[in-house]
Design a protein around this ligand. Structure first.
Ligand code: COD
Ligand code: ZN
Length: 364
């Protein structure tokens, strides 16, 4: 089967014919229908996020179950699924607290499935799986808990976004930060994920949603997703502008959706007394932030992270898709371009240039 392989950071992905071994116990083989081009894959391509190589990237996928390994009970051949990039055991300390995004069950080695091995090979050489999903491929084998059954009337080239951008962003606002009706929100970084933080905040009833991005087209997208005010740091000082928009207080909720130390510090600085700053981006290992600790005490500001929108995949993903089908969650507006697998490098060139909200790689 065809897949896009990263052999070396800084080089383009190579479309290869790979061998995919059948699913082992507790695994599912999925025929991938579509996969969004998210920035996290780009972090691996540039070397900012270190992964074992060669690797098949892709973690925003949806498809149809082709085969199930022994013991699989939650899906069967022919079921439509969204791919989750975070396996869930259901039994550990965190799963039983209702925080499956923090599940303790992880393989010993990055880039493998849960048993520490890969199902992907080229000429006898193991190829790694990115984020358990490896969905820039015609087919993939994933842990059962990463195959989330969904309704069959949802177009798979839309459902795939719930596998990352829509869930990560909306979940950060709704599940992690629990944005309150009438509140003020600032979102720094209005890409595929940030636009969905905006969408989640709008759905939660935030009154003022300030979108901050260096690119005018992203601010235009932000309007579609529910932002009420727009700031470009290349033109205005975003800290000063946010104070001007909030009676000098700062926002109740700030979100950093880029993953740089500078923008994290900025998000925290524009958070009001008693407010909550949520980091959505994952920065390079070497990144460090610098904060005055007194503001935690004297101003009761809070700083927290959000992983995968604090999602409970089997509850939140089908629910967001129901809301999409009811016209209450926007996904179509996210899709700027559609490419075949062979266009994957072009899709990432466009993301780097900032020309798109999201591109989708469509297999069928
Ligand atoms: N000031 C304002 N805006 C900026 C700046 C800046 N200094 N620098 C970049 N931006 C804007 C860009 O113009 C762009 O619009 C946006 O920031 C980034 O958007 P995308 O579309 O390139 O990126 P996303 O939305 O796909 O991904 C952003 C993440 C923060 C999620 C990603 O970078 C990341 O850190 N991923 C790891 C976190 C994670 O949970 N990963 C799991 C799957 S995503
Ligand atoms: Zn992603």
């Amino acid at each position: 089967m065809k897949a896009a392989v990263l052999y070396k950071a800084g080089e383009p992905l190579v479309i290869e014919d790979l061998k995919l071994a059948p699913p082992k116990a507790g695994e599912v083989r999925v025929r991938v229908a579509a996969n969004g081009a998210c920035h996290s894959d780009l972090h691996v391509m540039t070397g900012d996020m270190r992964m074992p190589l060669p690797i098949v990237l892709g973690h925003e996928g949806a498809g149809i179950v082709a085969e199930t390994g022994p013991g699989v009970t939650s899906v069967k051949e022919g079921d439509h699924v969204v791919l989750s990039f975070s396996p869930v055991c259901g039994f550990c300390y965190f799963c039983t607290q209702g925080k499956p995004q923090l599940c303790e069950t992880r393989p010993k080695a990055a880039g493998t499935l849960l048993d520490g091995t890969t199902r992907l090979q080229k000429n006898g050489q193991d190829i790694f799986h990115f984020a358990f999903t490896a969905s820039f491929a015609e087919e993939t084998v994933v842990p059962e808990s990463c195959a989330i059954k969904i309704r069959e009337d949802i177009p798979l080239d839309r459902a795939c976004f719930v596998g990352c951008g829509t869930m990560t962003g909306m979940g950060a606002a709704i599940n992690t930060a629990q944005v309150q009706p009438g509140s003020s929100v600032a979102v720094i970084g209005c890409g595929g994920v940030g636009l969905n933080v905006i969408q989640g905040a709008a759905l939660a009833g935030a009154r003022k949603i300030i979108a901050i991005d260096l690119l005018q087209n992203k601010l235009d997208f932000a309007k579609t997703f529910g932002a009420t005010h727009f700031l470009n740091p290349a033109q205005d000082d975003p800290f000063k502008a946010v104070l001007d928009l909030t009676n000098g207080r700062g926002v109740d909720y700030a979100f950093e959706v880029i993953s740089t130390a500078k923008t994290i510090e900025l998000a925290f600085k524009m958070t009001a007394r008693g407010g909550v700053c949520t980091i959505v981006g994952v920065s390079p290992e070497t990144a460090r932030i610098s904060l005055n600790p007194n503001v935690f005490t004297l101003m009761e500001k809070k700083l927290q992270g959000s992983y995968y929108g604090s999602t409970r995949p089997r509850i939140d993903m089908p629910r967001l898709l129901d809301m999409y089908m009811d016209g209450k969650v926007k996904i179509d507006e996210l899709v700027s371009r559609t490419f075949p697998l062979e266009g994957v490098n072009e899709a990432y060139d466009l993301l780097k240039q900032g020309g798109v909200a999201r591109s989708v790689i469509k297999f069928f």
